[in-house]
Design a protein around this ligand. Sequence first.
Ligand code: FE2
Length: 276
Amino acid sequence: MKNMKQIPVLGSGIGYRNEIKDELIFDHSEVDFVEVIGEHFMGKSAYMQQELMELMAEYTVIPHFIGCSLGSAEGVDLKYLESVAKLLEKIKPPYWSEHIAFTNCHGIEIGHLTPSPYTQEALDVFSKNLEETQRIIETPLILENITYILNDPIQQMTEAAFLKNLFEANPDIGMLLDITNLYINSTNHNYDYKEWLSTIETNNVVQIHYVGHDLRDDFLIDNHSYPTQEPIWELMTYIKAKCPNLKGSILERDNKFGSMLDLRSETKRAKNILFN
Ligand SMILES: [Fe+2]
């Protein structure tokens, strides 16, 4: 990623959710920065704009989006991207993030991050959409690996080869490595995450996500509802040496927040592993 050196080290942060707002605003302990879901702040609601201002007064805020649908074969929604650009103009973050996925198919909202088929055609779609996105938005973009349930029968390459090719074809884009998603995929699809990490360009990793996973019917699920389990901490320790340009880590809890003390002890542990 070309602009990597301009991005400051942010340290160990947490995904901002309304449920933990007061604790975060009044106490910074063990939280260096926050990541917000960009779509939550794209509307004109005065209440939400106020909430964003309060957060920005306390922390560096990194916007993480879920609806740009950069894998849509019909192209990106320019109006949507202009709204993203407006929010980024307000926040002025060092980078923003999205997923390697599509959420819209010919005008129909899927309501879920959907993996692209691992084909050359899908790679070409991404490159075209990323070119268009970067034409509208100058802020550096990093893209996140997601979980997948099925091995698509039309795939021409592995997920790791797809990501390697995607980042090679788009050298201005950095990576948001979700280590929980990697752990889930490697367990559910029975492959070695170390091999996966040796295939992709890990110098390109700007930020990581981590959180605990769920287990249902022998299948790991990324529902962001549990404390980070030991194998994920082991993976975090493993990736430290592999990602020399890492700038930040985000604990990505969405449900069952429990005690803020426990969340802070997780961000502290991540900081000790990655940034000390
Ligand atoms: Fe994530």
